[in-house]
Design a binder for this molecule. Structure first.
Ligand SMILES: Nc1ncnc2c1ncn2[C@@H]1O[C@H](COP(=O)(O)OP(=O)(O)OP(=O)(O)O)[C@@H](O)[C@H]1O
Ligand SMILES: Nc1ncnc2c1ncn2[C@@H]1O[C@H](COP(=O)(O)OP(=O)(O)OP(=O)(O)O)[C@@H](O)[C@H]1O
Ligand SMILES: [Mg+2]
Ligand SMILES: [Mg+2]
Lengths: 257, 257
């Protein structure tokens, strides 16, 4: 039973890629066969998973124009993290694809390319760009659930409304499986009255049940893990708090889908 | 003599809006007549400057399709910060405008709308969205200089190449005034060997002269200032370090243009 999750927020830098990679790391550590789909032209997930972006690669941009059901099967590659973690790289004209016109079925193109190509995976994680355009819509069109990553600041909270609207649009127009699976708090500062206030507001906004615990704290070791192109779980005890956090979030994700 | 600066980076959450507002705050404190142009559909600069986003507003989205030179003059409004700080709000179909096809002159539409409308301002600050699409291209098309905001992480550094390429493209295709004015470091953590390493790499990448000092440290009071829709300079001594930083950066900006 494959679970497909789109990790999204139009707000930049909240940790969509960090959360995608953290969940993939937890999956790697627990032997789950996982596919990461990189929908961001910046290709940060692709790079951290050990694949150098190159015009030679096929990837999500190509999948979006392929028209063949299951076309993504020939585009996915094994990641640098291990045999069970695969990647559909950010490749092809992703920036171009963002400007594709909205037509009937245009939000279902990624799902069609993945159709039948993901049956061997336990989990599919789709890392979205900071945008609510055509690529993110396709990410939602291909997903069973949406994971909204939120940073507890005023700008972070202001961005939530339009994201929920897009989830609603894609649900009604393209994908009746789609649901808001949960809200993940990231980059939570150790000491901040402002952040605590925003978390209270967030709970009022989406309901306490939607805001997942644990929250992910701000920790510089996350940047170190990215830099080493390594799953956070490979760091052992210096990262033990983050490892526990991502294990708990993965567990919650699997129960929720 | 009006100086127009585009504040950009495709990478999300590096502080484009924070730096735009910090420079506007320093300008407010020193009595400079300043126009903030909000090119991000999320409208965070618009909101913090005291204007509630509304479909009633005219703004950058409308300016991009107006065709009339100086059309922005009737769209700009006084901000909530004070008489000398004005705003061209994020309004109109900005998300739609992002998908406009590239044609001859399409990157010069914002400049045309601002042409003659900014003569009374000392400084024009253009806050760009996390994208290298048509809206950001127009921001660069209207600017004398580009300010690249960078967070010292591996993802932060990976994003720089494509931004410099776009500056190059807009310079060659549309705007021969355009230059990379400088690189501003933001969200620098107090203690991080990883961040220090990235700053060394950044200096190698763009040259030490391009990387401006001082860097902007990670400080939770910034979020508080945003939340209160207030210039950071209004906070007085609790924000004295940041006030000094933005004063120094504004000084450097004015000398560089
Ligand atoms: N909990 C955290 N602690 C410390 N650093 C973090 C944390 N989460 C994210 N970061 C760092 O913050 C930056 C932004 O995170 P990330 O790139 O994952 O966000 P994003 O939402 O994917 O950004 P974009 O909108 O550009 O896709 C990165 O450099 C990342 O390493
Ligand atoms: N130096 C800093 N210290 C603490 N918080 C900061 C700092 N700079 C930015 N932030 C906070 O980080 C978040 C991202 O910053 P900001 O929105 O300015 O970035 P951006 O590049 O404009 O994002 P986007 O790509 O979404 O437009 C905001 O909540 C902001 O308040
Ligand atoms: Mg990302
Ligand atoms: Mg911004």
């Amino acid at each position: 039973m494959t679970s497909t999750v789109a990790v999204l927020n139009q707000k930049g830098g909240v940790g969509k890629t960090t959360v995608t990679l953290g969940l993939a790391s937890a999956a790697w550590a627990s032997g789950l066969r996982t596919l990461v789909v990189d929908l961001d032209a910046q290709a940060n997930a692709t790079w951290t998973l050990g694949v150098d972006p190159s015009i030679e690669n096929l990837g999500t941009g190509d999948a979006l124009i392929s028209r063949t059901p299951g076309a993504a099967a020939d585009m996915m590659v094994q990641s640098g993290w291990g045999d069970d973690i695969w990647l559909l790289p950010a490749a092809g004209d992703l920036t171009e694809r963002e400007a594709d016109r909205r037509r009937p079925g245009s939000m279902g193109r990624l799902r069609r390319a993945l159709d039948g190509a993901t049956d061997d995976f336990d989990l599919v994680l789709i890392d979205c760009a900071p945008s609510l355009g055509m690529n993110t819509s396709n990410g939602l069109g291909a997903a069973d659930g949406a994971l909204l990553v939120v940073e507890p600041t005023i700008f972070g909270l202001r961005g939530i409304g339009p994201v929920l609207d897009l989830v609603e649009d894609v649900w009604s127009e393209e994908n009746k499986r789609l649901d808001l699976t949960g809200v993940v708090l990231n980059r939570v500062p150790a000491i901040s009255a402002d952040a605590r206030e925003r978390i209270v507001e967030l709970n009022k906004m989406v309901g306490t049940r939607s805001v997942w615990k644990p929250a992910i704290p701000q920790r510089v070791i996350i940047n170190q893990a990215h830099g080493e192109r390594s799953p956070i779980h490979a760091f052992g005890s210096p990262a033990s708090e983050l490892i526990e956090v991502f294990d708990a979030l993965l567990k919650k994700l699997r129960r929720s889908l």
